[in-house]
Design a binder for this molecule. Structure first.
Ligand code: SF4
Length: 376
């Protein structure tokens, strides 16, 4: 029912591939270890649903294939998904991203991605320091990552994003600097740098690994990463995302601007027609044809403000006026002005932005700003 009416304009499309070769001890994404037969059936199911969406009139302004590990699929299965996604892109130059495991990036995979119009690849590095990678249970090493980037560049995929993890066991500011310098040396266009969180239900939450930095040290690592990246040509545009000029992720910006996007796959969330919806984390159910379920309305002022304050651009009065017909509420501005002396945010004519220190406490700062509006 949710998906019967296509959006009037093209929207982003997220496709979840719920398979990994092994499960990382910190990860709470929906990702399973299954055989090739089930993966082939999954690719066929995704391709069929993409064709149905295309026939109904859906078009994609960006495509993001994530997971899990999309590159863990056999090439024919991955090709099936890429082909079905590609035909509904609104513009051949629009962003088309695939997440890959560095160890999977063969010349054959690169040729397939390039031939299908994939123009952005996201690779999980986490750390260039071998001992840190081992502590995270990662399989590929820095040398494999270097080879993956070289192969992608040779195939013409220049827009490469690397994931880096902050606050990993035994990490120091010096070892973090080594990892960031490695990313820059490889020519990464984009870097995502997330603090390690002990997600409930994961092996790390049940038994935290030795050598985890204390909270203060984690904050210092985040601030050091922001400073290093700024000094080396990577502009911060979101709490955890940094890029070379013009390389911000168009697809991920849809999320932070509360713009609509379609989604497919168990555990995937979509937002269309002002409603949020999701597929259950149930591969068998998805393969049996399960539909997504409603997850409430989305895109109201509070949600929009919460998402926009994650961006370095912040909450802008001009955008609020065109979207909601009003600017920053007076109660919110008063709350912001009272927090400003603490260095957590900045108020300027026409906008509120969080500082790096504010990003570290974003939930509390945004909660304090919105609390004033919601309690009014
Ligand atoms: S490869 Fe990525 S998705 Fe798979 S288990 Fe590790 S962190 Fe999670």
């Amino acid at each position: 029912m949710i998906l019967q009416q296509p959006a009037a304009a093209p929207v982003g499309c997220y496709i979840h591939v719920p398979f990994c070769r092994s499960k990382c001890p910190y990860c709470d994404f929906y990702a399973l270890r299954t055989g090739d037969a089930q993966q082939a059936a999954y690719a066929a199911a995704i391709a069929r649903r993409l064709r149905e969406a295309a026939a109904a009139g859906w078009r994609w302004s960006s495509v993001y294939i994530g997971g899990g590990t999309p590159s863990a699929l056999e090439l024919p299965a991955l090709r099936q998904i890429l082909e079905a996604a590609r035909v509904s892109r609104s513009n051949p130059a629009s962003e088309f991203t695939v997440e890959c495991n560095p160890g999977d990036v063969t010349q054959e995979l690169c040729a397939l991605l390039a031939a299908q119009g994939v123009n952005r690849v996201s690779l999980g590095l986490q750390s260039a320091v071998e001992a840190e990678r081992r502590a995270l249970g990662r399989r590929s090493g820095a040398a494999q990552l270097r080879l993956a980037v070289e192969r992608l560049h040779a195939a013409g995929v220049e827009n490469i994003s690397l994931d880096v993890m902050l606050g990993v066991p035994h990490q120091t500011q010096a070892s973090l600097g080594e990892t960031l310098a490695f990313c820059a040396e490889l020519g990464a266009a984009h870097i995502s740098a997330y603090l390690l969180k002990l997600e409930p239900g994961t092996p790390f939450a049940r038994k935290p690994p030795p050598g985890l930095p204390e909270e203060d040290a984690q904050c210092e690592l985040y601030l050091a990463a922001c400073a290093w990246l700024a000094q080396n040509g990577y502009a911060q545009y979101e709490i955890a995302n940094f890029c070379r000029p013009g390389r911000a992720s168009a697809h991920n910006l849809l999320y932070w601007n509360a713009e609509p996007y379609f989604a497919l796959g168990p555990g995937a969330h979509g937002f269309t027609g002002g409603r949020r919806w999701l597929y259950a984390r149930d591969l068998d159910g998805f393969l049996a044809g399960a539909a997504p379920t409603q997850d409430g309305t989305g895109g109201d002022f509070a949600e929009y403000a919460m998402l926009r304050l994650r961006l370095t651009e912040g909450l802008r009065e001009d955008l609020l006026l065109s979207r909601f017909g009003h600017g920053i509420p007076a109660a919110m501005r008063r709350a912001a002005e009272s927090l400003e002396p603490h260095g957590l945010l900045r108020t300027e004519p026409g906008k509120i932005t969080l500082t790096r220190e504010g990003f570290l406490l974003s939930n509390r700062v945004i909660g304090a700003l919105l609390g004033e509006v919601l309690n009014k």
